[in-house]
Design a protein around this ligand. Structure first.
Ligand code: FAD
Ligand code: SF4
Length: 509
């Protein structure tokens, strides 16, 4: 009797226990479907990277002697949706059982739950064997609390998994968090490490994708494609990161530069989110590098906080809030995205760089996503759902479980502060401190009023002024409201009028 086992495009983990034994009666099913290319408008590189990774895993599994049923996007038999293709495969192989790994996205979890409910053969969902935490672990930890403090979750994870802890059960170095040491801007030294990722020529695959009719945006870069194809390449990427970038990761974690788009980040999110790499091995390798004296504690801790802390935590937020999280919009923002989200053509140098990089590489750093693009969107009042779809489409690492809480919760405060303790917004002063963008910008970073004034400035004061009822009671907001109250009413009015003028010409900024 044949068992069909479905492997989704973000389940590219060749170490899964499924593959430990060869069973002649197990057929692995993988499919490239328009259902998955089309649920949102995707960056070209994201579609290429996932399909290329799927094809590579299928190749490796076959080479190891497993049976694989693979449907390419252009196959005549491909009916372009999971249920339709599964129906066909069950019939073709006369399958007696169906199994799948737990999907990470609500959309797919629901679809497969519905599908298996009506299936005449038995079915089983197994663990994807990837995350540290269960779906509901964060929810249990935060039971009854209004705010879900990441730091609380992170410390509990450090203790539970014995990460960066000393023999007495205390955090290594005596502190849980070295954020304070991690806020430097970058002046050009030390130099950004070389990009040691191998390139691939995916132009043939790209032609197949185009021929299928799937729409996309952004640069395909199909001939010089640098995202990892498989676990081996991802492990090399991890080693390269630890050796060349981790030592400086911490201090320049929040730095931005027009001269170096990668700086000291790992670029590992795609390999992690498609499960080519396991978060445990990444965390272990970084902790080991610190133990061997190859990286300072502030860097190792800063990095581990992102993977063991933020990554698992946002997943917990997602599963506790779905469905419904996608509709949250506490400020009622509704402006459409300006056209330069699709071409990067804006005179605001910080945004031109952050969006330009996103369109060119299908990637941007956390600080660009949060304090440039997200910051502007929140201050201007862009529609959070539209923004969420843009983030979900553009980034190589964007899968809803991680993208949605970051976009709607952390960056847009759309959930009213479940995840972020305060809105992450700033005027030009912060961007100027952390980057070299403002010096060459057509806008004046110091001015608040007038044609040449940096748009962030008036929008910043306008944001706090118009949301006083929601935000004034927030103790983390600090000096903003006392400062606003000290201003002449006419000055506040002028700032609000300037913000309205900015909003009226978003497309031409
Ligand atoms: P590094 O800076 O090297 O960090 C190491 C790893 O930590 C990352 O690979 C990632 O796995 C993890 N990590 C870091 N920050 C976060 C975070 N806030 N949440 C979850 N994991 C984190 N990350 C995604 O993986 N997918 C997304 O769709 C995504 N959307 C985002 C949207 C917004 C608005 C914001 C503010 C952040 C988003 N992030 C997302 C988090 C973060 O920006 C990316 O994980 C990071 O930039 C990936 O690049 P890197 O691998 O070089 O990261
Ligand atoms: Fe961005 Fe304003 Fe600085 Fe220009 S002046 S780079 S728009 S923050």
């Amino acid at each position: 009797d044949t068992t069909l086992r479905l492997i989704l495009g973000d389940q590219l983990n060749p170490e899964h226990s499924w593959f430990r034994h060869h069973h002649a009666d197990v057929v692995y099913v993988m499919m490239e479907v328009r259902q998955e290319t089309d649920y949102v408008l995707h960056h070209a590189q994201k579609i290429i990277a996932i399909f290329a990774g799927m094809r590579e895993l299928a190749r490796q599994l076959r080479a190891q002697g497993h049976r694989v049923h693979y449907l390419k996007i252009g196959d005549a038999r491909n009916r372009q949706s999971l249920p339709a293709n599964l129906d066909d495969a069950i019939e073709q192989f006369d399958a007696a059982e169906f199994e799948y790994q737990m999907p990470d996205e609500y959309r797919l979890e629901q679809q497969l739950a519905r599908y298996t409910r009506n299936l005449p053969i038995p079915s089983r969902m197994v663990d994807s064997e990837h995350f540290y935490t269960r779906h509901d672990e964060a929810e249990q930890l935060f039971e009854g609390r209004k705010h879900w403090l990441m730091e609380h979750f992170y410390r509990a994870m450090r203790v539970k998994h014995g990460v960066l802890m000393d023999a007495a059960g205390k955090p290594q170095g005596g502190k849980w968090n070295y954020d304070h040491d991690n806020r430097k801007s970058w002046s050009g030294t030390p130099p950004q490490p070389d990009d040691f990722r191998p390139c691939h020529d995916h132009s043939a695959l790209w032609l197949e994708i185009v021929a299928s009719g799937a729409r996309s945006f952004g640069e395909p870069n199909a001939e010089h494609f640098a995202w990892p194809l498989n676990r081996q390449e991802a492990l090399q990427q991890l080693d390269g990161f630890i050796e060349h970038a981790l030592p400086h990761f911490g201090e320049f974690q929040d730095a931005m530069s027009s001269r170096a788009s990668r700086l000291f980040h790992s670029l590992l999110s795609f390999a992690l989110n498609t499960k080519m790499l396991n978060p445990r091995e990444v965390v272990r390798a970084v902790e080991q590098a610190w133990r061997e004296g190859c990286a300072p504690l502030a860097s190792a801790e800063g990095f581990i906080r992102q993977v063991l802390g933020w990554r698992e935590y946002v997943r917990g937020v997602y599963w506790s809030r779905m469905p419904g999280y996608g509709q949250e919009n506490v400020f009622g923002h509704s402006l459409p995205l300006p056209r330069w989200f699709w071409d990067g053509q804006t005179g605001m140098r910080c945004l031109a760089s952050a969006i330009g990089d996103s369109l060119q590489h299908a990637h941007a750093h956390h600080i660009h996503r949060l304090m440039v693009i997200g910051n502007f969107a929140l201050l201007a009042g862009l529609d959070p759902q539209e923004l969420h779809e843009w983030y979900l489409g553009v980034y190589i690492d964007a899968f809803e479980w991680v993208e949605m809480p970051n976009t709607l919760g952390m960056s847009q405060f759309a959930d009213g502060g479940l995840l972020a303790t305060k809105p992450y917004v700033s005027s030009a002063a912060y961007i100027d401190r952390m980057s070299d963008y403002c010096k060459g910008c057509r806008y004046d970073r110091k001015a608040r009023i007038g044609e040449d004034a940096c748009p962030f400035n008036a929008l910043y004061w306008d944001f706090f002024s118009r949301n006083e009822a929601t935000l004034a009671g927030n103790p983390r907001i600090g000096m903003v409201y006392p400062q606003l109250r000290k201003m002449e009413p006419s000055a506040v009015q002028a700032l609000r009028a300037q913000a309205d003028a900015v909003r009226a010409r978003l497309d031409t900024l």
